[in-house]
Design a protein around this ligand. Structure first.
Ligand code: ADP
Ligand code: MG
Length: 411
């Protein structure tokens, strides 16, 4: 047995985040911020690879947030820097550079510039130039949506400094969500599905967000684990598999092809009771497995929300929820084929030690897993997973405790 100590990533208090971005702005740009805004990363409880199929997802906002200090400029220049990327980069707002244009913005600044571009293209402009400093407690590229946290802390801040009046109600937030999604899809060129931005802008503390990805309608589902003595432990495997991008696009292409063959716009239109007949109409095993994952996963998400809603939350409820989490992982591993050895080891170890359920979360091929565990045994789970990783020769993971937290707001 290898002796190890699990490493945790703490969330930042508002004061800590404000101080970090404020100090960076003074140090690097020599300016004082007009204000600081923050937005959370997310852990999806269940409903994976369902968003681009118009299905349901059930994320919670993490207590780990990205912070943006903004200062309005008298011109139309964006001047950007980040605690994670120390270069100072300038972008001219009068020269839009989307991903499909001749001179796309490369790198992380596209997520920020894209939000302003998407807001202006929706008629919210012209926006002022800004000095922007970001810093984030959300691990980058770990399936916990640092990209949406970044977009959404900027979106909510721009909303306030430019007095767009969108952040104050649900309809306005849906517009900010659309702009953040478009920034990611069309400016950063990442063809992701939209769940992350909904979670970051519309989640509520103590709740999971049941998101209908076809209509963007949401329902707040009570998710208070403390009375049952439970916690969600997030395991960031720190694994990144290089085939990630192509594989994600390939899964989307499989779903589109299956939908076309089945004569539906989106796979959400295949009802669970029609699954067998739908599978019978698909020509090959790969497409059958993809469709089976999507249809059963949407159903598991619906059942999870139903268990959590409208009754007192007991341990037995969470045991049933945990079983659905585990079934989700198995489906993602066997039918959708988006797990990897690190994710499987994290999940298998958590389950073997008595987690109520465990699954990968986010897009897969590395990134993070979640485990529903007893609060007084969190350390035991983390140590066991850490030891399993060492035994397999994997890089050491890090752990986050995921309390369902609040949405993007002024920090
Ligand atoms: P995830 O959203 O799961 O963390 P993505 O690949 O979607 O993974 O987004 C990660 C990318 O987002 C980073 O590579 C970087 O370009 C950008 N990003 C997120 N947060 C920051 C930050 N604080 N500073 C600079 N870039 C960031
Ligand atoms: Mg992302």
């Amino acid at each position: 047995m290898v002796t190890v100590t699990a490493e945790y990533r703490d969330a930042w208090s508002a004061e800590f985040g404000i101080d970090r971005v404020g100090s960076l702005m003074r140090e690097i740009l020599g300016e004082e911020p007009d204000g600081v805004w923050s937005a959370p990363g997310r852990a999806n409880l269940i409903g994976e690879h369902t968003d681009y199929n118009g299905g349901l997802a059930l994320p919670i906002a993490l207590p780990h947030r990205a912070f943006a200090a903004l200062r309005v400029r008298p011109d139309r220049t964006l001047r950007l820097t980040s605690g994670q990327e120390r270069d100072v980069i300038e972008i001219d707002l009068d020269r839009p550079r989307p991903a499909d244009g001749p001179d796309p913005v490369h790198g992380w600044t596209a997520y920020v510039a894209g939000v302003l571009w998407a807001l202006e293209s929706r008629g919210y402009g012209p926006l002022p130039g800004l000095d922007v400093v970001v810093d984030s407690a959300v691990p980058l590229g770990s399936g916990l949506s640092s990209s949406a946290a970044l977009e959404c802390c900027v979106a909510i801040g721009v909303d306030e400094v430019a007095r767009l009046g969108l952040g104050g109600d649900e309809d306005g937030r849906i517009i900010l969500q659309g702009a953040a999604i478009e920034a990611e899809n069309r400016y950063a060129g990442a063809n992701t599905g939209g769940m992350d931005q909904a979670a970051s802008l519309r989640a509520r503390a103590g709740h999971a967000l049941l998101l209908d990805c076809r209509t963007q309608a949401v329902r707040q589902i009570p998710f208070d684990l403390a009375p049952s003595g439970l916690e969600v432990l997030v395991i960031n495997t720190r694994a990144k598999h290089s085939n990630n991008d192509g594989q994600y696009a390939q899964r989307r292409a499989d779903c589109e092809e299956a939908a076309r063959i089945l004569g539906v716009d989106l796979l959400v239109e295949v009802a669970p009771r029609d699954l067998d007949s739908a599978l019978g109409r698909l020509p090959d095993d790969r497409l059958r497995r993809r469709v089976r994952h999507v249809v059963t996963e949407i159903d598991r998400t619906r059942r999870t929300a139903a268990l959590l809603e409208g009754q007192e939350l007991t341990r037995e409820t969470f045991e049933q929820v945990g079983d659905l989490f585990s079934a989700s992982h198995d489906s993602l591993r066997d039918d959708y084929e988006v797990t990897c050895p690190e994710l499987d080891v994290a999940v298998d170890t958590a389950r073997a030690r008595g987690a109520l359920g465990a699954r990968m979360t986010g897009g897969g091929f590395g990134g993070s897993a979640i485990a529903l565990v007893d609060s007084d045994r969190v350390q035991d789970f983390a140590d066991a997973i850490e030891a399993s990783f060492a035994e397999h020769g994997f890089r050491s993971p890090e752990f986050l405790v995921a309390l369902a937290s609040g949405p993007a707001a002024r920090a």
